[in-house]
Design a protein. Structure first.
Length: 308
């Protein structure tokens, strides 16, 4: 093992939580040049590392989705505590445990709170406009919006910040942050204004392609491996697709329904992918307010794993 490799193994990046640092160290041991992994075995370990990192990045959203499905299947009808209020308490408990067990850093918590606020404001407007509705009773709500809904938006933010760190993301030709902020603000505004003015989503979609179209995302599965690259619009689209899948699971679990589902559950139209793709842009803009996109060659933070 080289001195540089040993240094990186013994001193994990400062922005990793302890679970992330342990995962990073495990990947380093099994994929470093000294591990002896070759051929199919190495490819299998690489794939396992990728899946484990993605799974950890999704942990908050996965726990929320599991709570939605579990309460839909087994929550007793007539319980003193309504299902909606139970979901709020479950979401808060998940968040508190993540922080208390140091599985989430204070920096990530700020991003999650920001997503929660942005999402709740949009939920209040959209439910009032009849875009979708939440059933069931409960006191832990603002108007017709149960407070657990903000955590569903926060789950997207949680995923984004974890992916930034776990895959050591770097960017070539990332657009200026002020320009991305303008487009993100315009997308957010359009979610409201299209109820009164012409819908600008297709114009905004073209703007996204023009602004981010030349950007290349570099990601690293293992510290000693060369970074892989792909156009950034592809992961945007991929995440939007998985959010659409989660949305179908959530509506099937009765967490909320769209007007076309009032007579019985139906799959959410694939056209909703456009909305989720645009929401992804808002998510990226919010995350880059806290985690600045780094170009190739800029060193990652090193030192003790972040514990607060």
């Amino acid at each position: 093992m080289t001195d540089e490799s040993r240094e990186r193994l013994e001193h994990p990046r400062a922005d990793l939580t302890r679970v992330e640092a342990a995962l990073d160290a495990w990947a380093h041991r099994h994929l470093s040049a000294e591990s002896g992994a070759r051929g199919a075995r190495r490819a299998g370990v690489e794939f396992l590392v990728f899946i484990l990192k993605q799974a950890w990045a999704c942990v908050f959203g996965a726990l929320m989705l599991a709570a939605l499905v579990a309460t839909a299947l087994w929550y007793p009808d007539g319980a003193a505590l309504s299902r909606n209020d139970a979901l709020v308490l479950i979401a808060v408990a998940i968040q508190v445990l993540m922080v208390a067990l140091r599985l989430e850093s204070g920096r990530e918590l700020w991003v999650i709170v920001l997503f929660h606020l942005v999402g709740t404001v949009m939920e209040l407007f959209k439910t009032a406009a009849g875009s979708w509705e939440y059933g069931g009773a409960g006191v832990l709500a603002i108007g017709a919006v149960p407070l657990y809904t903000g955590f569903m938006y926060a789950a997207v933010g949680s995923y984004m910040v974890r992916v930034f760190k776990l895959f050591d993301l770097r960017f070539v030709r990332y657009p200026p942050l002020w320009l991305t902020a303008v487009i993100g603000a315009a997308i957010y505004a359009n979610f409201f204004t299209h109820h009164f003015l012409p819908d600008a989503r297709w114009v905004l979609l073209v703007a996204v392609v023009l602004v981010w179209g030349r950007c290349i995302m570099l990601f690293r599965n293992h510290r000693e491996r060369p970074a892989r690259s792909l156009p950034i619009l592809l992961p945007f689209l991929g995440v939007a697709f998985f959010i659409w899948i989660a949305e179908n699971i959530g509506t099937a679990a009765g967490a909320w329904i769209y007007p076309h589902q009032a007579g019985g559950w139906e799959m959410v139209s694939l056209s909703k992918m456009v909305s989720w793709f645009l929401l992804m842009i808002i998510s990226v803009v919010l995350v880059t307010l806290v985690y600045r996109p780094r170009p190739p060659g800029e060193p990652a933070p090193t030192g003790a794993a972040e514990q607060h």
